[in-house]
Design a binder for this molecule. Structure first.
Ligand SMILES: *[C@@H]1O[C@H](CO)[C@@H](O)[C@H](O)[C@H]1NC(C)=O
Ligand SMILES: *[C@@H]1O[C@H](CO)[C@@H](O)[C@H](O)[C@H]1NC(C)=O
Length: 342
């Protein structure tokens, strides 16, 4: 009897810990309900209840996981705790992409976390690519209003047919509205969701000046409160299969998290004023003419003019692309093996 009630309590506790992070009123799923290991499987450690997972980078390998299915629009979210102490060169990424399927014209939405040397904070970068716009990177970088290594914080990507919103802890930090002028640069094809940790020594910290020091390994990042809420498509299915997404599409468009209210926009502007340290919208050296999706705020523009462009250490495009290509090759192998095993 006592044993049974202890067991019951344990089971309830396990169930509760999976759904405890109800962000935007969307219940979280367990790792195995939405994701599967992608590479470095020995460096992926699931919690006993299956609700969270650690991905680890050590001298032998990084690691990463991928959603079992593709998604066409929706809310994609995780609570993430980043590795602490000396993390120069370490990159943690939470992103969506279809680069495995569309090599020349892929779409991608990124949260990338860039480690740092002692006493310096992690940086967060967001990016948007559509239809293979890899030579038109749309980076933005931010500091964070909290210590991302002390506890988990939620990072979310909302992607609908008309808008993309990046959230940190339910505060919108970036909004990209679709326009005709943006054309194919707006992501438009189903994507997988990825989380990875890897050695980005040659660009991640101060443009590659500070490399990884494996003396401080293993580097461990914790993912929990996993949300994959969108129209789910089997990767084996013929694409496009978007017709079947209309209903889910309507639900996504109507959800709170898809609607940018004046209050939310104000919060977003406050965040950007305080924490944004780089935006392509103000980098006139890289892009003399701002992208149509840039909403230039005069105050921000002035600030970036004064601080110049050095402050942000934007990644030299060539270097970044080499790095990405290597990353993609790894993902590609894994995608093929997934298809082969299906
Ligand atoms: C999405 O937007 C595009 C371009 O604005 C439009 O042609 C298409 O019909 C829309 N699709 C859905 C499912 O609403
Ligand atoms: C996507 O890119 C290809 C060339 O790579 C181009 O032919 C096509 O028109 C583009 N699609 C859109 C929607 O811009």
């Amino acid at each position: 009897m006592a044993m049974a009630s202890i067991l019951t309590a344990a089971i309830l506790a396990a169930a509760a810990s999976i759904t405890v992070g109800v962000a935007f009123n969307v219940p979280a799923i367990s790792f195995d309900d939405g994701y599967t290991p992608l590479f470095g499987e020995r460096n992926i450690v699931r919690s006993p209840d299956g609700g969270s997972v650690k991905i680890i980078l050590d001298k032998a390998s990084g690691s990463g996981f991928i959603s079992t299915d593709l998604y066409y629009h929706g809310l994609f979210s995780a609570s993430i705790k980043l590795p602490s102490d000396y993390t120069a060169g370490v990159v943690v990424a939470f992103y969506m992409s279809n680069g495995d399927i569309f090599e020349k014209n892929h779409d991608e939405l990124d949260f990338e976390f860039l480690g740092n040397i002692w006493g310096k904070e992690w940086r967060v970068q967001t990016n948007v690519y559509g239809n293979g716009s890899t030579n038109r990177g749309r980076e933005e970088r931010y500091r964070l209003p909290f210590d991302p290594t002390a506890e988990s914080h939620r990072y979310s990507i909302l992607w609908t047919n008309t808008t993309i919103i990046f959230y940190i802890d339910e505060i919108p930090i970036r909004e990209v509205e679709r326009s005709d002028a943006m054309g194919g640069d707006y992501p438009s094809k189903p994507m997988s969701i990825y989380a990875t940790i890897w050695d980005g020594s040659n660009w991640a910290t101060s443009g590659g000046k500070h490399k990884i020091d494996y003396k401080y390994a293993p580097f461990v990042s914790d993912f929990s409160d996993l949300i994959l809420k969108g129209c789910r498509l089997d990767p084996i299915q013929q694409l496009p299969a978007m017709e079947q997404c209309r209903e889910e599409e309507g639900r996504t468009a109507a959800a709170d998290y898809s609607v940018m209210t004046p209050e939310k926009r104000k919060e977003m502007q406050r965040f950007r004023r305080e924490y944004m340290i780089y935006s392509i919208c103000y980098d006139e050296l890289r892009y003399p003419v701002a992208f149509p999706d840039c909403k230039v705020v005069e105050e921000e523009k002035e600030r970036f003019k004064k601080s110049g462009h050095v402050m942000a250490h934007p990644v030299p495009a060539g270097r970044r692309q080499r790095q990405r290509r290597r990353g993609r090759a790894q993902r590609k192998g894994s995608y093929s093996s997934r298809v082969a095993n299906a």
